[in-house]
Design a protein around this ligand. Structure first.
Ligand SMILES: [Zn+2]
Length: 105
């Protein structure tokens, strides 16, 4: 899910650059170049698409970050019971966070 979000953000950057590079001016009958509503609309659509991809990707990345932050933290932390108050504290703790007593290993 997070990888897909990164891919979407990359696509949005490419689409944004592509939209930026789009030719929106056409040659007029007088010989000069004028903006034409058709290419300008296409460019606007490409910008909107890029913005949509960017926010979609950002949402996916944030959702992936939230999930990956919470799950391994719960699974990987080694705990032990405090010898004084029997609360669960991390195995590398020097002081119990509940009763504030020094823990010996
Ligand atoms: Zn304790």
């Amino acid at each position: 899910m997070r990888g897909l979000g990164g891919v979407l953000i990359c696509i949005s950057v490419i689409a944004f650059l592509g939209a930026f590079a789009m030719e929106t001016a056409v040659a007029s009958e007088l010989g000069n170049r004028v903006y034409h509503i058709g290419p300008v609309r296409k460019q606007q659509n490409a910008f909107l698409m890029a913005v949509g991809f960017y926010f979609g990707g950002a949402v996916l990345v944030l959702a992936g970050m939230r999930r990956s932050n919470s799950r391994p933290a719960r699974a990987l932390v080694a705990v032990k019971a405090c010898a004084f108050c029997a609360q669960t504290v991390r195995i590398e703790a020097l002081v119990c966070r509940f009763c504030r007593k020094w823990l010996t290993r």
